[in-house]
Ligand binder design. Structure first.
Ligand SMILES: *Cc1c(COP(=O)(O)O)cnc(C)c1O
Length: 394
């Protein structure tokens, strides 16, 4: 089976991990700082805080940004559940903004109208908005950042798919238009640490709070203590945090992977361009770049996923196409089941029809395999299987 995503591990990655295993520090050692510095440098951001996974990064970021009980977070339905769950972890409520049907990311105009309508009706405005760079493609961050200033909310970018992407010539994670961004290093993502995540921010307070949050809410900084230090051994728990630390074993792998980040993304771009050419003539519509919707030409997707939508002209539906592809040995996937349609969110009052663009997209969506080690022969096999599945009569 050709998988939809797969890690790329080199001998150099393995040697970096072995070095840690032979060394002094398995956790809380220097590899963490090295990995954090590599990501902060790459993104051009002041602070990077490594954590146990991408979900912990979202949890830490929204908490550090001050989201709490009674507050409200808005995100998109077309995402992994963690983008919304992070609000629930801190006792906040969730609402959604629909996606643009072509770019498949947060429709910044829909965000603007929802904010305006909410303000006019005296409704609850969000404290935090979480745009998701779906499939690696940056959202319309300039407009979202402008709305954040006008309406007074904070912006946390869920960049789980998008390390290595650029928005208007600037790396995603620079936080030029946001308060913080979060990454995931799960094996299917752009670079991996097995499990792992990171919060990046230019805000000193958000960074300090995220650091405390990942280790029980404990500080060793006398300036953040209630009455100063008692001595070398002393620390204070100043908030309720978690053990969300990343190990040095993971961080060494991450730092080693960072050296190949651009290479990974360039290969993903090549394969994505090749899909576009090979799929011409089939009843499949790929994700439209932001540039085609009045965006900036210097934005590049990290191409975490290559998603297509089956058009109405196709002779079979998405379910049938999915089954035929799997039967042909192609590990297609579907990203994403709209978050508001999961039973947990339905119980909170959401239901079908509330976010029609995300729901319609979901009915027709299919994710094709894409990862740096994928060969052109494998890609040709995926396209041949698609052609056969779509041309075969029922
Ligand atoms: C993978 C992912 C996460 C969560 O990351 P984990 O490292 O798996 O916890 C969050 N948001 C999105 C959009 C993701 O794809």
């Amino acid at each position: 089976m050709i998988p939809y995503g797969h890690q790329s591990i080199s001998e150099e990655d393995i040697a970096a991990v072995v070095d840690v295993l032979r060394g002094e520090w398995l956790t809380q050692g220097p590899a963490i700082e090295r990995f954090e510095a590599a990501v902060a440098d790459y993104c051009g951001v002041k602070h990077a805080v490594a954590v146990a996974n991408g979900t912990a990064a979202l949890h830490a970021a929204v908490w550090a940004a001050g989201l709490g009980p009674g507050d409200l977070l808005w995100t998109v339905p077309n995402t992994f559940v963690a983008s919304a769950n992070c609000a629930r972890y801190v006792g906040a409520d969730v609402d959604f903004v629909d996606i643009d049907p072509a770019t498949l990311t947060m429709d910044a105009r829909a965000l603007e109208s929802k904010l305006l309508a909410t303000r006019e009706s005296g409704g609850r405005l969000p404290e935090v908005v979480v745009p998701v760079h779906f499939a690696g493609q940056p959202c319309d961050m300039a407009l979202i950042g402008e709305l954040a200033r006008d309406y007074g909310f904070r912006v946390i970018e869920d960049a789980a798919h998008a390390i290595g992407a650029t928005y208007r010539g600037v790396p995603v994670g620079s936080c030029e238009h946001s308060d913080a961004a979060t990454f995931s290093f799960h094996p299917v993502k752009i670079i991996t640490t097995g499990e792992g995540g990171m919060v990046v921010t230019n805000d000193d307070i958000v960074a300090a709070r995220a650091r405390e949050f990942r280790t029980h809410g404990i500080t060793r900084d006398p300036a953040r203590m209630s009455g100063g230090s008692h001595g070398e051994w002393y620390y204070e728990q100043i908030a309720l945090g978690y053990n969300y630390r990343m190990t040095d074993i993971q961080a060494a792998l991450g730092a080693s992977q960072m050296k190949r980040l651009d290479e990974f993304v360039e290969r993903r771009i090549e394969l994505a361009e090749r899909y576009r050419v090979l799929l011409a003539g089939l009843p499949l519509v790929p994700q439209a770049p932001l540039a085609n919707r009045g965006g900036h030409p210097e934005s590049r997707s990290a191409w975490h996923l290559f998603v297509v939508q089956l058009t109405a002209e196709a002779s079979i539906d998405r379910g049938e196409l999915f089954d035929r592809m799997r039967a042909a040995g192609v590990g297609v996937q579907v990203h994403y089941i709209p978050v508001h349609l999961h039973p947990y969110y339905r119980e909170l009052g959401f239901g079908p029809g509330m976010f029609p663009q995300a729901e319609q997209y979901y009915q027709r969506a299919l994710t094709l395999p894409l990862y740096p080690a994928m060969t052109e022969m494998q890609q040709d096999a995926v396209v041949d299987a698609l052609r056969e599945a779509l041309e075969e009569k029922q």
